[in-house]
Ligand binder design. Structure first.
Ligand code: ADP
Ligand code: ADP
Ligand code: MG
Length: 497
């Protein structure tokens, strides 16, 4: 096994990878840009090295510099986390060329799956259902117009190199097509340096259901069940769960088998996710493969009781997977909510500043993967995701209740967060019933009540260092008139702390 592993990332995922490394007695080495010199991922690591440069492109995204640090400090392997260099085939190749193991799939697989057009072709050839659509690279405007009319509006224009919800345009009717394509091409060019786009039938009110896959270098490929990630804002997931309330055990088996078949078709090794879109009639279509550990992997860890980062290390080291399909069981139900420093009432404007008080909820079956702590600076330089809150319950009902409880007891002071917004979503009757689709937030117009920035009584208790039990305090905040009756909760005076 590796002795020294470098994590080419920051924030909660760097901290999370560090934890598994340290549990295994592997030295965790972090890198950081100047604004992160006091960041949690730097403090938790066994060693940390500065990345020279100003911008993200000059620091966390600069493969050569990270490789140079790795070589100078005898690194055996690099874990890329998600985002940044995780799906950069050139970087994976650079690692290989320098005798450093890249903890992820091969550069070839990353290249092919990073191109949605190649991915769709490979999946079609392997007999996996894909969303009906067409490629547009060599066609004239008139042919495209006819072909799209055959698919039927609305359609989506997507970037071949797309990711993170960028470069997608919804087209409602034919007279919008030309402009939408031109706009998508421009956006794709500036975001990914690649202006190829394609067109896909727009599935109405779909669910996003994805399958966690894992392969090793001995030819074993398994799936670790599904995650439903239908609660999205601007095509970005914010709440994920497993099992999906929408799928039967037969459908689960079919989707799992399709994902494994997809993984085998491309020679997949290490952790990955096959994303599908599920229409209202229960038909599923391939969307894309994410060739990395996913943000929402803890949901799967909870229901399978596996450490996916540990499995990634074993596979990267050339060992066999620590589980077989038959040994994997989906037990209970897990939910994840992404905690962002943003103001849900002001169009989700990112909120920056110093976190003056940070007390995540602590209880059995509640897991918090944090990238910050009290004293952390939240800046404009990076993604505003602060932490992930993950809960497990024997049933969906139990994990919903636990999530509501945990959100009410998550204290973050100094920056505005989406915690109250998440609670509104979780407690919404339609969410409780599992009636999810990717436009849930628009349809239900979920927004926090005007006073939501006033924290619940627990926050106040924490701010004052009060020893009052959380049980008592929860009662205070859950009584309908508690806010107007409680002097500490009016006037927003807590903000002064
Ligand atoms: P997940 O399905 O795990 O949520 P996302 O596609 O939302 O994955 O991406 C995870 C992270 O990686 C996010 O922080 C996102 O902003 C970032 N990301 C995804 N694709 C890209 C890309 N092409 N370029 C830069 N960052 C990206
Ligand atoms: P990205 O690489 O940005 O993650 P995806 O192709 O995975 O792009 O799509 C992201 C999200 O966009 C999906 O989860 C879904 O909400 C929506 N979406 C993508 N394709 C379609 C489609 N054909 N019909 C309806 N919604 C779609
Ligand atoms: Mg996707």
């Amino acid at each position: 096994m590796f002795r020294r592993v470098l994590i080419a990332n920051r924030g909660e995922i760097a901290v999370r990878v560090t934890q598994t490394l340290q549990q295994l007695g592997i030295t965790a080495v972090s890198v950081y840009a100047q604004p992160d010199r006091c960041a949690m991922h730097v403090r938790q690591a066994d060693e940390a090295y500065l990345l020279e440069g100003e911008t993200t492109a000059q620091t966390y995204l600069r493969g050569e510099n990270i490789i140079a640090i790795a070589k100078a400090h005898n690194i055996d392997a690099i874990h890329p986390g998600y985002g940044f260099l995780s799906e950069n085939a050139e970087f994976a190749q650079m690692c290989q060329d320098n005798g450093i193991t890249f903890i992820g799939p091969s550069p070839e697989v990353i290249t092919n799956m990073g191109d949605k057009l190649i991915a769709k072709k490979v999946m079609t050839d392997a007999g996996i259902p894909v969303v009906p659509g067409l490629t547009v690279s060599v066609k004239d405007a008139e042919t495209i117009r006819k072909d799209v009319a055959n698919i039927g509006y609305p359609v989506l224009v997507k970037a071949a190199a797309g990711g993170g919800g960028k470069g997608m345009r919804l087209v409602a009717s034919e007279n919008e097509l030309a402009d939408a394509m031109a706009a998508a091409q421009r956006e794709a060019k500036s975001a990914f340096g690649d202006d190829r786009v394609f067109i896909e039938k727009y599935i109405d009110k779909p669910r996003h259901v994805e399958i966690q896959i894992f392969g090793d270098t001995h030819g074993n490929v398994v799936h670790l069940f599904e995650r439903e990630c239908s609660i999205q804002r601007r095509h970005q997931k914010i709440i994920e769960e497993s099992p999906s309330p929408a799928i039967s055990s037969e459908l689960r088996q079919q989707m799992g088998e399709s994902a494994v078949q997809a993984a085998k078709a491309i020679g997949y090794t290490n952790a990955g996710t096959v994303e599908f879109i599920l229409d209202q009639s229960g038909k599923f279509y391939f969307l894309e493969v994410n060739t990395r550990l996913q943000v929402e992997h803890p949901v799967t860890e909870f229901i399978t009781q596996q450490d996916l980062v540990h499995a990634q290390l074993l596979v990267a080291d050339g060992q066999a997977l620590p589980f077989t399909q038959d040994s994997l069981k989906q037990t209970g139900h897990a939910l994840e909510a992404r905690i962002y420093a943003e103001d849900a009432e002001r169009n989700f404007l990112p909120s920056t500043g110093t976190i003056i008080h940070y007390v995540p909820p602590s209880a059995p079956y509640v897991r918090v993967d944090s990238g910050v702590s009290t004293g952390s600076e939240v800046t404009v330089h990076y993604d505003p995701m602060l932490a992930k809150l993950i809960v497990w319950g024997a049933t969906r009902e139990e994990s919903l209740r636990r999530m509501s409880w945990a959100l009410q007891h998550f204290v973050v002071m100094g920056v505005t967060t989406n915690i109250e917004f998440l609670r509104q979503v979780i407690e919404h009757p339609a969410f409780q019933k599992g009636e999810l689709h990717t436009h849930f937030l628009e349809e239900h117009e979920v927004s926090p009540p005007p006073d939501s920035q006033t924290p619940d009584a627990v926050l106040i208790a924490a701010a004052y260092g009060s020893k009052q039990s959380s049980h008592q305090m929860t009662n205070v905040s859950s009584s309908p008139n508690a806010e107007s009756n409680n002097p500490w909760l009016t006037g927003g005076s807590w903000r002064a702390f």
